[in-house]
Design a binder for this molecule. Structure first.
Ligand code: HSE
Length: 440
């Protein structure tokens, strides 16, 4: 299509759930966006794998490209919107190509940023263009803008959150309806929340990518996604959910980054949070991010974390920011400070993590089991807040469930104690260990 006067020309690569939603929102809100931005936003070109597929949206006169890299290089666009996904291949090549040619980029691709964000930020800086990625973390919640722009001068001590809509949706329904993990996952896929490969959701990779980006913004450090400790939710059972509820907790998959004396902890794992805490009230596909700082105190943002409209809202916001920027406008750094000012990431290993623990053990029902368990805990300096024995209908009479809740201790101590209990031959099954997170 020919260039339109007084318009920002956008090329969109990837026309799945999110791409189609972005096109729909840009069309529906065209007049309002023009009033807000002072110029039209025109979808000048698109790219996807299958040209013939009906996506339920009109592509108008947009020029079609089979190859997103060719679209990224196309002179007829000012902004390249990458919704292809994946941390290598076409996504990486097309974003780099667009930045190299001095085009602004908008992306929802957390995996790409987690792996190559610093290198891409360097290109964006050198070319004086924007690399906007609000949709990459927590869907529609404007957490990137908040942390990058609105919190300058704050020193962050901890950032944590529910960053994966699919997992929160699954855990919420498992608790509320007592239905199986598999059934909930199928529904999350049907509703367009899950990644192309849903193991990325349920094993914690998606949360880890998002957390690594937040860690960089929070602590001014280089992104270190490969240093995130990760456990997913696939081994969470109804027994854990029920035991958590009995003890006044709810299980959430959290991403947590925390400044400690030995460095920065980055961890993703199923977590017990008090049922009365605000984060425990975040249900379904909703995400939430809590940030604790010295000046602001505690901030909690929550909102829709996945799905076409939530993600499109953030993508369109990023495009509109570019449309509003004037020629000669100095763009802020991609990760809140120039790349050369980002500190190396200093890792605190998971074994030094300090906190409370929930330990669910299925034990042989024998004399002395309690005594042996408590002895092993004491030997490792673990103080117990509670110890409860449960037996229920489905269990063999020779087995019992014992649930231990510890006071603050270390991961190293818990692992040693559980290893000792396991080698004592007390357990019928592998121990279930879930960390407890402080939350108001
Ligand atoms: N699969 C992701 C989620 C989509 O469930 O949150 C948004 O990144």
């Amino acid at each position: 299509m020919a260039r339109v006067a007084n318009a920002l020309h956008v090329g969109i690569a990837g026309l799945g759930t999110v791409g189609a939603s972005v096109i729909r929102v840009l069309a529906q809100k065209s007049e309002e966006l023009t009033r807000q931005c002072g110029q039209n936003i025109v979808v000048a070109a698109v790219s996807a794998r299958d040209k013939s597929r009906d996506r339920g949206v009109s592509l108008g006169n947009a020029k079609w490209f089979d190859d997103p890299v060719e679209l990224a290089k196309f002179d007829g666009i000012d902004v390249f919107v990458e919704l292809v996904g994946g941390d290598e291949g076409p996504a990486r090549k097309s974003v780099a190509a667009a930045l190299e040619r001095g085009k602004h980029v908008v992306t929802a691709n957390k995996a790409l940023l987690a792996k190559h964000g610093i290198a891409l930020a360097e290109i964006a800086e050198s070319k004086g263009v924007l690399l906007n990625y609000e949709a990459a973390v927590a869907g529609g919640i404007p957490v990137i803008k908040t942390m990058r722009e609105a919190m300058a001068g704050n020193s962050v001590s901890r950032v944590f959150g529910i960053l994966n809509g699919t997992c929160n949706y699954i855990l919420t329904r498992m608790e509320a309806e007592g239905i199986s993990f598999e059934e909930c996952l199928k529904d999350a896929q049907r509703l367009g929340y899950a990644e192309a490969d849903p193991t990325f959701d349920i094993e914690g990779n998606d949360t880890a990518h998002k957390l690594a980006i937040l860690t960089s913004l929070a602590f001014g450090s280089r992104i270190a996604a490969d240093q995130v400790y990760m456990e997913g939710i696939s081994n969470i059972t109804q027994a854990d959910i029920r035991a958590a509820a009995d003890l006044g907790y709810r299980i959430k998959l959290l991403g947590v980054a925390q400044q400690t004396e030995s460095g920065i902890e980055q961890r993703v794992h199923p977590t017990m949070v008090p049922t009365s805490s605000v984060i425990a009230q975040v249900h379904g596909v909703t995400n939430a991010v809590a940030v604790e700082t010295d000046i602001l105190g505690e901030l909690l943002l929550s909102g829709p974390g996945a799905g076409g409209n939530a993600t499109a809202s953030a993508v369109v916001g990023d495009i509109a920011d570019i449309a509003k920027s004037q020629p000669g406008f100095q763009h802020g750094p991609v990760f809140g400070r120039p790349v050369k000012e980002l500190k190396p990431y200093r890792k605190a290993g998971i074994r030094s993590h300090a906190g409370g623990y929930f330990i669910r053990l299925t034990v042989h029902d024998r004399i002395g089991v309690f005594a042996s368990l408590t002895k092993r805990m004491a030997e490792n300096g673990i103080s117990l807040e509670s110890i409860v024995q449960q037996g229920h209908g489905q269990m063999k009479s020779a087995e019992k469930t014992v649930i231990l809740v510890t006071h603050e201790t270390t991961e190293a101590a818990v692992r040693k104690a559980v290893d000792a209990v396991t080698s004592d031959g007390l357990l019928v099954d592998k121990a279930q260990v879930i960390r407890i997170e402080r939350a108001e």
